[in-house]
Design a protein around this ligand. Structure first.
Ligand code: NDP
Ligand code: HSE
Length: 440
């Protein structure tokens, strides 16, 4: 039997790490880098040593004990230190994160970030800087927190053709919609509960208006379809207009309402969008409760894959950051770079009007002879095929629920405009997209 080859990491010089940010995620990354240092050293191939930690306010109480001499408010000086090998950015937002990361990359340091806002806005420039400097740029934690998703898309599925990525990528809105479904709470009560439990920020706009999910959708679409996609390319609707009545209607139809990020190949390019949608209760995404995330990937050869787990939180997100840190450390020691951004396909984004899905339309109509025919005709005139109709009487009025087959968004919008102008239609109460597992 051959002797086992034991590689010693004792003689390796440490890889020096600059940590930018020591908040919810940064504090957990620092804790794990410190507490798991022996295992991380064995896995990475060299000790990982934090040589500085940039924060806004060094006096602030932290969730972890940090040696005072490590703290600095001068992030630029820290990332410019010649002895720093790896920069981990956990500040968030565009500036100063962008300036700090470009400075780090341009001086040859490899970068790990959880910053979806920055990657979805300036990923192309950051990747270029990394490429020119021969450095790595990793950001697994930027989408769906702890869930390994970007690496499987970029590496495990590199030999396949991804058709669609569809998922719940924002935990705060999933918590709110789940509460509205399970307790009948309205949006404000569910939001207040999410804030009290620490899921939603005091200013919840980024989550409830869909900005956070749109940034994640842009990153997913870029990697899945080998094309440049920014957050501005993603059609976005948040959950502010989802009412308790919408949730109740979905329930009667055997559906739940979820905020979905949908990125798919379509005629002529990519459709990338974030919006609330009804999904049948037997859809795997319907079982995603509370603040969890889950993403469905449909690929030509692999078929359907589902990724599920904690999409946020200090420790879960730190897990993804540390996975990237070990990968980057291994690359540095081997003198390699990880996979570069792949944008060779250059697919264009198609306008939302060309997106295809089925719809739920709820109308308040006059309940008298001859009303249904012109309503059905409005759908027919725009080439929208009706799948099911249900009517409930309400005195002189009726509540009319119409489900459509898959159709173009623009055709449905024109239909709804025509319905809204009809004398017999008292009100268009609700229009919502319906996402099924398969396009019909
Ligand atoms: P926090 O707000 O909790 O922490 C931000 C940190 O950045 C703080 O330590 C703050 O310092 C520091 N900071 C702010 N401005 C500066 C500055 N100008 N110079 C130096 N340091 C600065 O954010 P999170 O930890 O929640 O998020 C960090 C990143 O991780 C973001 O990109 C976020 O999108 C991403 N992310 C977060 C998740 C989560 O669950 N929280 C999940 C997935 C990704 P100080 O402490 O002194 O104020
Ligand atoms: N605010 C995000 C969410 C977590 O609720 O999922 C950070 O991406």
């Amino acid at each position: 039997m051959p002797n086992a080859v034991v590689r010693s990491t004792e003689d390796r010089a440490p890889l020096n790490v600059a940590l930018l940010g020591c908040g919810v995620v940064g504090s957990q990354v620092y804790r794990l880098l410190t507490e798991q240092s022996a295992d991380l050293k064995a896995r990475a191939g060299a000790p990982l040593r934090v040589v500085g930690l940039a924060v806004r306010d060094p006096q602030r109480a932290r969730q972890v004990a940090v040696e005072a001499e490590l703290l600095t408010t001068d992030g630029l000086a820290l990332v410019s230190r010649p002895d720093v090998d790896i920069v981990i950015e956990l500040i968030g937002g565009i500036e100063p994160a962008r300036t700090l990361l470009l400075a780090a990359l341009k001086s040859g340091k490899s970068v790990i970030t959880a910053n979806k806002t920055l990657i979805a806005a300036d990923g192309t420039e950051l990747h270029r800087a990394a490429r020119e400097a021969g450095a790595d740029l990793y950001y697994e934690a930027a989408v769906a927190g702890a869930i390994p998703l970007l690496r499987p898309l970029r590496e495990s599925l590199a030999g396949d053709e991804v058709r669609r990525v569809l998922g719940i990528v924002n935990g705060t809105t999933n918590f709110i919609l789940d509460r509205m479904d399970s307790s009948g709470a309205d949006f404000s009560a569910a939001l207040a509960e999410a804030q009290a439990l620490g899921y939603a920020e005091a200013d919840p706009t980024a989550d409830v208006a869909g900005f956070d999910a749109a940034a994640k959708a842009a990153i997913l679409a870029s990697i899945a379809f080998h094309s440049e996609v920014t957050a501005d390319d993603v059609y976005r609707e948040g959950i502010l207009s989802v009412t308790a009545a919408d949730i109740a209607s979905a329930r009667t139809l055997g559906c739940v309402v979820k905020l979905l990020a949908i990125c798919e190949r379509c005629d002529g390019g990519i459709s990338a969008r974030v919006h609330p949608a009804m999904i049948p209760r037997d859809h795997p995404l319907a079982a995603v409760r509370e603040a969890y995330n889950a993403v469905f990937v449909e690929a030509e050869a692999a078929g359907r894959l589902m990724f599920y787990g904690a999409g946020a939180g200090g420790q879960p997100t730190a897990s993804a950051v540390l996975g990237d840190t070990v990968a980057v450390a291994r690359n540095l020691l081997a003198g390699l770079r990880g996979p570069d951004a792949s944008t060779y396909a250059g697919l264009p984004l198609v306008p939302i009007g060309d997106a295809r899905t089925s719809y739920y339309v709820q109308l308040d109509v006059a309940d008298r002879p001859g009303v249904l025919a012109p309503i059905a005709d409005a759908f027919a005139q725009h080439g929208v095929s009706i799948k099911a109709v249900r009517q409930e009487g309400r005195g002189d009025d009726a509540n009319l629920i119409i489900m459509t087959h898959t159709t173009r968004e623009a055709a449905l919008a024109k239909t709804v405009a025509m319905l809204g102008a009809m004398e017999a239609v008292r009100n268009v109460d609700s229009v919502m997209r319906v996402a099924a597992l398969e396009d019909e």
